[in-house]
Ligand binder design. Structure first.
Ligand code: GLU
Length: 300
């Protein structure tokens, strides 16, 4: 199987300059190491009709090219169910009936890290299990036998984070992101994951899950996010931040791409030209503060 990197947007809306910058970085990391570059639409949750087509159009407009067909997670539920079955057969899952509120209100287990699932349903006896099954559908959780796991990140170094009994399949039957991402990366031969550093805390869970499924753990590079002038992660409400809105405000796709490249310390021009100057070690390590393009942000 070929080695590949990827970009995996959720089709919840148009991509903004932060998403586009991450896509460019993922493309540069993959292409500079001779990898294929794949596109996966993470549409299990939060999909908006038409958003995928807009995202593909915008990626192409800034010069991001990809190999092969676009993969959609909603077309792969049987593969995710197989992975859950495999874990269940190995005794590595259990049914959970907790509501979000019950989890919030449960006393946390001794020595459990902050935010970890308190283990309420981990050891239900058969009578309790039977009763709970009659009350509501179950989510499937991982029966983790570690509480933390360490990953290596090309940009962030060693990172140790919480692994709890996280959800693999929600109680509405939808596969959880943490399972789908691991299964898909392995199935697609993705051995390099470049994405926003807001996902670094999820990475130990994913790497641990990959090890349980006997799947290779990819190389990780978590890249700094784009933030607004208040320091918060950039969002649509921050004005003209999508290619469509920026075009209305007078900035061409090429200008936006150039601005993104310059924010990375790379020369303006095509992505192929940027490749020649791309050195991961020289990338800025802090977030990029987006201050607009010198025009007033558009009203909503
Ligand atoms: N679909 C996720 C997002 O758009 C990215 C997941 C990933 O890159 O692993 O935030």
């Amino acid at each position: 199987m070929t080695r590949a990197g990827r970009f995996a947007p959720s089709p919840s809306g148009e991509l903004h300059v932060g998403n586009l910058r991450t896509a460019i970085l993922a493309w540069l990391f993959a292409r500079s190491t001779g990898r294929d570059f794949l596109l996966r639409i993470e549409d299990l949750d939060r999909a908006r009709a038409g958003a995928e087509a807009e995202q593909l159009r915008d990626l192409a407009a800034i010069g991001v090219t990809w190999d092969g067909a676009v993969v959609r997670q909603t077309e792969r539920t049987a593969v995710y169910d197989d992975a859950v079955d495999q874990l269940s057969a190995a005794g590595l899952t259990y049914e959970c009936f907790c509501t979000r509120r019950e989890i919030q209100e449960a006393p946390s287990a001794p020595h459990a890290p902050q935010g970890a699932y308190p283990g309420t349903c981990r050891n239900l006896d058969p009578a309790e299990l039977e009763y709970k099954r009659s009350t509501r559908p179950a989510a499937i959780r991982l029966r983790a036998d570690v509480t933390e796991y360490t990953v290596h990140d090309v940009l962030c170094g060693e990172f140790t984070g919480v692994v709890d009994d996280f959800v693999l399949r929600r109680n509405d039957g939808v596969t959880a992101y943490n399972l789908a991402v691991v299964v898909d990366d392995a199935a697609q031969g993705i051995d390099q994951v470049v994405r926003g550093d807001d996902l670094l805390p999820s990475t130990p869970r994913q790497a641990y899950l990959a090890s349980l499924l006997h799947m290779p753990v990819p190389e990780y590079a978590h890249v700094p996010l784009v933030v607004n002038s208040g320091g918060a992660r950039l969002a649509k409400r921050d004005g003209a931040v999508t290619l469509a809105d920026l075009a209305l405000a007078g900035a061409t796709e090429t200008e936006v791409r150039d601005l993104i490249l310059q924010s990375l310390g790379l020369p303006a021009g095509t992505l192929e030209q940027a490749l020649a100057a791309f050195r991961p070690a020289d990338l800025p390590r802090g977030p990029w503060v987006w201050t607009g393009i010198g025009v007033l942000p558009l009203a909503d």
